[in-house]
Design a protein around this ligand. Structure first.
Ligand SMILES: [Zn+2]
Length: 132
């Protein structure tokens, strides 16, 4: 007997259990085999094919496709912080609504440095700029 969980009951809304290891998707009538006692495959199918992303198990949650590589983010942060220093912006300016909507279009996934990030990097960057 599997223990009842909210995810299982959501699955049963969208899929019929045909056998202990077989589920049929009610939304597209495809049949999915799962290991006995797990509905991971049908849950992944419901999430991927039908947008039921709340059914992903924790390990299945996909990375945000918009998220950017850490090296890239650091490079953007550096450039953003330089811009803040050069133009005397407030540290948190990149997180303001106007800049956020610009960044969403220009660099999807990049949100700009927080005021804290700016502060943390400020000292090092000022040193760098002095050398230029
Ligand atoms: Zn389906």
């Amino acid at each position: 007997m599997g223990r009842p969980s909210s995810k299982s009951s959501i699955v049963s809304q969208f899929a019929d259990k045909l056998s202990p290891n077989e589920y049929k998707c009610k939304l597209c009538s495809k049949t999915y085999h799962c290991g006995t006692g797990t509905n991971a495959n049908i849950r992944r199918h419901l999430a991927n094919a039908h947008g039921k992303t709340n059914l992903y198990s924790k390990s299945q949650v996909p990375r945000n496709p918009d998220s950017i590589a850490p090296e890239k983010k650091r490079k953007f942060d550096d450039a953003a912080i330089k811009a803040i220093i050069l133009d005397s912006h407030s540290f948190g300016d990149f997180r303001r609504a106007g800049m956020q909507s610009f960044l969403q279009v220009a660099m999807p996934g990049y949100k700009g440095p927080t005021a804290r990030t700016v502060q943390r990097n400020l000292k090092a960057l000022i040193q760098q700029l002095k050398k230029i």
